[in-house]
Design a protein around this ligand. Structure first.
Ligand code: UDX
Length: 434
């Protein structure tokens, strides 16, 4: 099949490369000439494990191409995916749909034959209706169906998630569009990945409900972690104790510094806006957003507390891991930002290291001292804080770390160490909910 992918960001690029790997003929489009030039030269605009080789092999096989020319790419496509960004609109938290509608207008101007336009971007309920209205108004003579097909991939595990999804959700009532979408996902269909055909509005809501539920699960265990600290219980054992109940499930019960990233913060806010617009409040998600925001600041206070009595001014803290999670260079809404700010506000000198996120971190937080590895960051530090659980921080040489530090204090916001091993190495140890 011929697939056009409009938007070569995280979702668009990964989806495009994976569709090509399924054997489809894929054109990835982006307005950003620099990005397209880089992709043509084999350079990835994002860090995602395995993406470079997947792109290279499909480009070599002639199934994957890149262009800035949307008009030419749309002609003759069996399916046109819209995978542009839907960031939070400044000021009100609504999803900003200007890129989606701009892409729709361009598709409307260029579309030739019968085709299916698929929104893969995370879009609020009713967006598919608006996309359809634009296409019908501009090109009443062309047979176009508008389908919702949200993407559930996680950064850092994107290719695996795309190729072995828990489910594929397709929102359309049109039989022809269903046939096209079955063709698009044929290899997964054959793999017996469940495909859910639902109404378009339902499909749009499933994506928000899924992300809000996962954000709720994380926030729940984070509050239970605080309670564990208060009562002297162990949150990791609580997670296991409840997670083994199949109705609850083990995943997304790791207590930590709060969720961040490009999806949960923006999608929970957008869901609340939809709820407000339709006067059908989702109070649980309101609480989740509030609790998660205050948690990130609370983690800054936790670190200050670990520094001990006395004025923190002039002390030094090393932050290990700045991205919102490992295996990505994404800094969006990362807890490290609020933590670093709380430390800077208290007059603390902040040294920092991240395996992949240094460039964006330096742009966002110019007041930190950036180092080449964990041990350099630890030089002269009064505390080392594990903010993001990169593998490189899971087996630190504690003796070497301690040797570099001014005071042996380890704050483990991701619970990657055992208390006895850290204390055995002569550190004061602070974890989360243990
Ligand atoms: C998420 C969804 O998982 C994915 O389905 C959707 O398509 C996009 O949003 P992503 O943002 O890439 O994916 O990251 P994810 O692995 O879900 O982690 C999100 C945040 O939650 C991170 O900050 C992570 O550290 C945090 N988290 C996750 C926890 O604190 N505890 C957990 O148990 C799980």
């Amino acid at each position: 099949m011929r697939i056009t992918m409009i938007g070569s960001g995280y979702v668009g690029l990964v989806s495009g490369a994976c569709f090509a790997d399924f054997g489809h003929d894929v054109i990835c489009v982006d307005k950003d000439e620099g990005k397209i030039a880089a992709l043509k030269a084999g350079r990835m605009p994002i860090y995602e494990p395995g993406l470079d080789t997947l792109v290279a092999s499909n480009v070599a096989a002639g199934r994957l191409t890149f262009t800035t020319d949307l008009t030419a790419s749309v002609a003759g496509a069996d399916a046109i995916f819209i995978a542009v960004g839907t960031p939070s609109r400044r000021g009100d938290g609504h999803a900003d749909l200007s890129y989606v509608f701009a892409a729709t207008e361009e598709i409307a101007a260029a579309v030739t034959g019968p085709t299916v336009v698929v929104t893969k971007s995370t879009v609020p309920v009713g967006t598919g209706d608006k996309v359809e209205a634009i296409l019908r108004e501009k090109r009443p003579e062309v047979d176009v169906q508008v389908v919702s097909n949200p993407e559930f991939l996680r950064e850092g595990a994107a290719i695996g998630d795309f190729k072995r999804p828990d489910r594929i959700v397709i929102g359309t009532d049109d039989e022809g569009a269903k046939r096209v979408m079955r063709g698009v996902y044929r290899p997964l269909y054959l793999n017996e990945s469940p495909i859910l055909f639902v109404g378009r509005r339902t499909s749009e809501l499933i994506k928000y409900a899924a992300n809000a539920f996962l954000a709720t699960k994380i926030t729940f265990i984070n509050e239970i972690a605080d309670l564990c600290e208060a009562v002297g219980a162990n949150v990791q054992d609580v997670s296991r104790g409840i997670g083994l109940d199949n109705r609850i499930g083990k995943k997304f019960l790791h207590a930590g510094p709060g969720y961040g990233g490009s999806c949960f913060p923006k999608d929970t806010l957008a869901l609340l806006k939809t709820a407000e617009d339709f006067e059908s409040p989702v109070h649980i998600v309101e609480a989740v957003v509030k609790v998660n925001d205050s948690r990130k600041r609370a983690m800054g206070r936790k670190v200050l507390h670990a520094l001990g009595e006395g004025d923190p001014r002039g002390k030094t803290v090393a932050l290990l891991g700045l991205t919102f999670k490992p295996n990505t260079d994404d800094m969006r809404d990362a807890p490290s930002i609020a933590i670093a700010q709380a430390l800077l506000d208290a007059g603390v000198v902040v040294r920092a290291y991240d395996p992949e996120g240094m460039e964006p971190a330096q742009r966002m937080m110019p007041d930190l001292t950036y180092c080449h590895d964990a041990y350099e960051a630890a030089i002269g530090a009064d505390a080392v804080v594990i903010v993001t659980e990169w593998d490189a921080f899971r087996a630190l040489d504690l003796g070497k770390l301690k040797g570099a530090m001014a005071a042996p204090v380890l704050v483990d916001l991701r619970n990657v160490y055992r208390r006895d091993e850290v204390e055995g190495a002569g550190f004061a140890y602070t974890a989360v909910g243990r």
